[in-house]
Design a protein around this ligand. Structure first.
Ligand code: GTP
Ligand code: SPV
Ligand code: MN
Length: 605
């Protein structure tokens, strides 16, 4: 278990694991003292982010039953974690934005008044860590030295959370260095409590730069740097400071002539960001010399570079918390490589030889396994071996196609922004917005069928503006206005697109092969970003011309393609009516640009 590789330089020789760092920031100290007095942990363990520490914590986790060590010959330094079966996805109905007045949270967020929320949660946190260890996890979101990089400190009584934060963020000593004597860090307090959904609250206090999360150990509810800080809190800060925190992948595409294009993509949870961010081009494109590289797979922070007037992006994370089911050597070989070592699996099935399995990993299921709940499983049982929202946690340095600028504090330029949703009907494979304002309207009206990433019914179409519905930390009205305003800071803006990988035929078969073949769609998008490739004007936007869209080498005919791109006027009318669901919620608060775009669309029909 000794692999004293990279991470930070702190080792057992210059520092005793778990002890308080020297010259601790006084604001941090005062806040932790308060939290300790409230939660009363038996012990406080200060994380330094070293490899030695990670190994020690993993060993501790194995002894405590938090982790099962997997077969080191098949999956070196990898572990399985099983969560409480009532705690397997984000709990949107238990997630709150806490502000003095409800208007700051808006019509799409659950809201609690600040003082009431603190009072309610204080009762829950009171003495909740008795008999437990509190881990102090300092972390940086963003490449070190980036103008947008931000420090957070998470206090948690979950060993799984502490270890996972070490994978997902730039964690440890480096965060204390970045913070210095400053008071500007996100105060993240987390306890598993008794993992009872009736006593589960994920509360955000944007004005206090604070997050209190109680009663869940699940990723998005508990790894507070991710959705809670890097989206809800950051979106609030970004609006004030004129930058953007978005639920987006970032990828680089290098053409055979060396031209590099970066695009970001906002697809709702479990709708293909990770897969798209690391896609492997079809043979033909590889031979021509195309290369796709990953900057990020879930979150993008973007700002306008004042010297060029162009949008740039960083990935605030340092690891992936990816969906496992459906991932295999054919659909996503890069993800398979990423999770082949130094990976924490959550809620997958365990095989007798210490390997793991999930639905879609292999064509033939294994003869037997231990399912995600720890029960004996055989294929005849009629239930899933892995949870549909089972995940892998792995560092981004495991990625064989990590972009050379993924760690660059200056970020990457953004040439295109792609919105997308999971739609079995109506919505075409790809089209382009007429301009920024129209593109923001497309983003604001994204619809998607709900998935297993959040608890609740799966497969219902809901509006998910910019894939941010559950992640906007303030009023959606102000969020949309912020999108429109950002345009004014740019001299030249990215091109905006909409895609749908999930359209189906009458018998429920996907019309588009997806995954690596999405390269063909990306190629058209890249050409459009650079002002190439003819298109056809359609009421909803620019569409590719079928004779110019590359279908060579796949089992999709020109007729099939036309079918995928077809939107009938009747379909559009029902789509417009279904958008009203969101617009009615926003009532008198709809930005006028949205209203005008809707009217223009109706006029084009
Ligand atoms: P979050 O981590 O929840 O934000 O999800 P994500 O947007 O990163 O989605 P991910 O790439 O993990 O894909 C989610 C599911 O969609 C997986 O089961 C994939 O196999 C499936 N999927 C991804 N891309 C495609 C595609 O192009 N076509 C089809 N049919 N399925 C896809
Ligand atoms: C999502 O649900 O969009 C995820 C997983 O990326 S979580 O971090 O749990 O939110
Ligand atoms: Mn996500």
């Amino acid at each position: 278990m000794t692999q004293l590789a990279d991470r930070n330089s702190a080792t057992a020789t210059d520092h005793v694991l778990g002890t308080e760092p020297k010259n601790l920031n006084l604001f941090v100290k005062a806040w932790i003292d308060e939290c300790v007095a409230m939660c009363r942990p038996d012990k406080v363990f200060w994380c330094d982010g070293s490899r030695a520490e990670a190994d020690a914590l993993l060993d501790q986790g194995v002894r405590d039953g938090v982790f099962i060590r997997l077969n080191p010959d098949k999956l070196p330094r990898s572990y399985l974690h099983r969560s409480n079966p009532n705690d397997v996805a984000r709990s949107e109905h238990l997630t709150f934005i806490c502000t003095p007045s409800q208007d700051s949270a808006g019509p799409t967020n659950n809201w609690m008044e600040t003082k009431q929320a603190f009072a309610k949660l204080r009762e829950l946190f009171n003495r909740c860590m008795q008999g437990r260890t509190m881990y102090v996890v300092p972390f940086v979101m963003g490449p070190i030295g980036s103008p947008l990089a931000r420090v957070g400190v998470e206090l948690t009584d979950s060993l799984y959370v502490a270890v996972s934060m070490g994978v997902m963020t730039r964690m440890g000593k480096i965060a204390w260095e970045q913070l210095g004597d400053d008071d500007e860090f996100t105060r993240c307090l987390h306890s598993l409590g008794d993992v009872n959904p009736d006593r589960r609250y994920i509360c955000h206090f944007p004005r206090e730069n604070t997050i209190w999360s109680f009663g869940s150990g699940y990723g998005g509810n508990a790894l507070l740097g991710k959705k809670c800080m890097a989206l809800r809190i950051a979106s609030y800060l970004g609006r004030q400071k004129e930058w953007m925190a978005e639920h987006m992948l970032i990828l680089g595409a290098q053409a055979p002539d060396g031209e590099k294009t970066y695009v970001t993509g906002a697809f709702p949870s479990s709708c293909g960001k990770t897969n798209f961010a690391m896609l492997i081009p079809p043979e033909k494109y590889k031979k021509e010399g195309w290369k796709i590289t990953t900057v990020g797979d879930d979150i993008a922070w973007m700002w306008v570079d004042p010297s060029t007037g162009r949008l740039r992006a960083i990935n605030p994370e340092a690891g992936y918390f990816g969906v496992v089911p459906g991932t295999n050597e054919k659909s996503n070989p890069n993800a398979m490589a990423i999770m082949s070592h130094d990976t924490i699996y959550t809620n997958v099935a365990l095989l007798p030889d210490g390997d793991v399995w999930w639905e879609g990993k292999t064509k033939e299921p294994p003869a037997e396994a231990i399912d995600w709940q720890g029960q004996k499983w055989t294929p005849g049982f009629g239930r899933k071996a892995a949870h549909p929202n089972s995940r892998f946690t792995a560092p981004m340095k495991n990625n064989p196609v990590l972009d050379e600028n993924a760690d660059d504090p200056a970020g990457v330029p953004v040439h295109g922004i792609i919105f997308g949703g999971r739609r079995s009907k109506v919505i075409p494979l790809v089209y382009q917005a007429f301009n920024w304002v129209h593109g923001v309207y497309l983003g604001a009206t994204v619809g998607s069928e709900t998935t297993a990433a959040a608890t609740g019914q799966v497969g219902i179409v809901r509006r998910d503006p910019m894939a941010m519905l559950p992640f906007i930390g303030y009023n959606i009205r102000d969020y949309l206005v912020h999108w429109f305003r950002m345009r004014k800071k740019m001299t030249d803006c990215p091109r905006l697109f909409h895609v749908n990988w999930f359209r189906q035929d009458e018998i429920g078969k996907y019309l588009w092969p997806g995954y690596g073949e999405n390269m063909r769609v990306l190629k058209w998008i890249i050409d459009r970003c650079h002002g190439r490739a003819y298109s056809v004007e359609h009421p909803i936007g620019w569409m590719p011309r079928v004779d110019q869209f590359d279908l060579e080498g796949i089992d999709v005919s020109a007729d099939d393609f036309e079918k995928m791109q077809t939107v009938t006027i009747d379909d559009l009318k029902s789509e417009l009516l279904s958008q009203e669901e969101l617009f009615l919620k926003m009532a008198g608060d709809l930005p006028k640009e949205i209203l005008f775009q809707r009217e223009l669309l109706i006029a084009r029909l």
